[in-house]
Ligand binder design. Structure first.
Ligand code: MN
Ligand code: MN
Ligand code: MN
Length: 289
């Protein structure tokens, strides 16, 4: 038997594109009865460090987590890294690499959105990200920019009416603002997690909208690259589809993970820690932790 029944191994704070601070997220996890929590901000661990420090006095066990952006065959793939060494010098190199990639990407997104008539995109999206972090308006602290910040800016500046529309027209897969060229290959991202002593998890496999044949190719490459697990219970995945992903884990010798992908209390996100159980035949990724 596992020690943990209430786990959430995928969620975000305002250190990436979530709305809660690490301490607010930790409090919410405790309130929801979560026993094991991984905060998986995009390409960033500053929120994890804060939450782990604060968790000494909490009923929630917080482990290290990150969601790395990568690319496989032209498709943007997210690799969640869990339970890795936060003190390794390699981690600083990984974070530097991803920050540079994200910065180049942000410039390109801003340039492309500029071409469709949006103005001062980079400054606008940065101001939104700073506001979400609770930083003063004049602050010049570097903050992480993701597509949601650009989407919110398109709404704020009147280019579109909603964030959903911003993604549908300009930022979603295949649209001008969907810039993937700067991210590392998926195998590189997996290799980083493994070299940090962590567990590499393929995030939300249903998001990639692949045919079963292509998904199997992705899984074969993921396994060949050293990947360990796949999210079988994921916030936006309908419950009736979970057994199918569970069976793929069996087929590819992967263990199974569970995470809400919680970003904010309001919105389309699944609530923190309110997850369906893993299908019975799955080996939980947290079994040995
Ligand atoms: Mn996100
Ligand atoms: Mn993701
Ligand atoms: Mn996520």
């Amino acid at each position: 038997m596992n020690r943990y029944t209430a786990v959430d191994l995928h969620c975000h704070t305002n250190h990436s594109d979530g709305s809660l601070s690490p301490l607010e997220l930790l409090a919410r996890a405790e309130q929801q009865g979560v026993e094991l929590l991984a905060i998986t901000d995009h390409d960033e661990v500053s929120g994890v460090r804060e939450a782990i420090a604060a968790s000494a006095t909490s009923s929630v066990r917080v482990i290290s987590g990150i969601e790395l952006s990568s690319v496989w065959n032209g498709v943007g793939i997210h690799i969640v890294g869990l339970n890795f060494d936060l003190d390794s010098p390699l981690l600083d190199e990984v974070l530097d690499y991803q920050r540079n990639a994200r910065e180049s990407r942000s410039l390109k997104i801003a340039e492309r959105l500029g071409r469709i008539g949006a103005e001062d995109v980079l400054a606008g999206a940065s101001a939104i990200a700073r506001r979400k972090r609770g930083l003063p308006a004049g602050s010049d602290q570097i903050v992480q920019l993701g597509r949601p910040h650009f989407a919110d800016y398109l709404v704020e500046s009147g280019v579109v009416e909603s964030r959903e529309m911003a993604f549908r027209k300009y930022l979603g897969a295949g649209k001008p603002g969907d810039v993937k060229s700067h991210w590392p290959e998926m195998e590189v991202a997996i290799g980083w997690i493994k070299a940090l002593g962590g567990t590499a998890v393929l995030a939300h496999p249903h998001h990639y909208k692949m045919t079963n044949t292509r998904l199997r190719k992705l899984l074969a490459a993921f396994v060949a690259g050293g990947g360990d697990a796949m999210e079988v219970v994921s916030g936006s995945l309908p419950r009736h589809k979970m057994p199918w992903f569970g069976s793929l884990c069996g087929e590819f010798g992967l263990s199974a993970s569970a995470g809400s992908d919680f970003h904010a209390p309001i919105g389309p996100w699944c609530e923190l820690g309110k997850l369906a159980p893993l299908p019975g035949e799955c080996e939980p990724v947290w079994a040995q932790w």
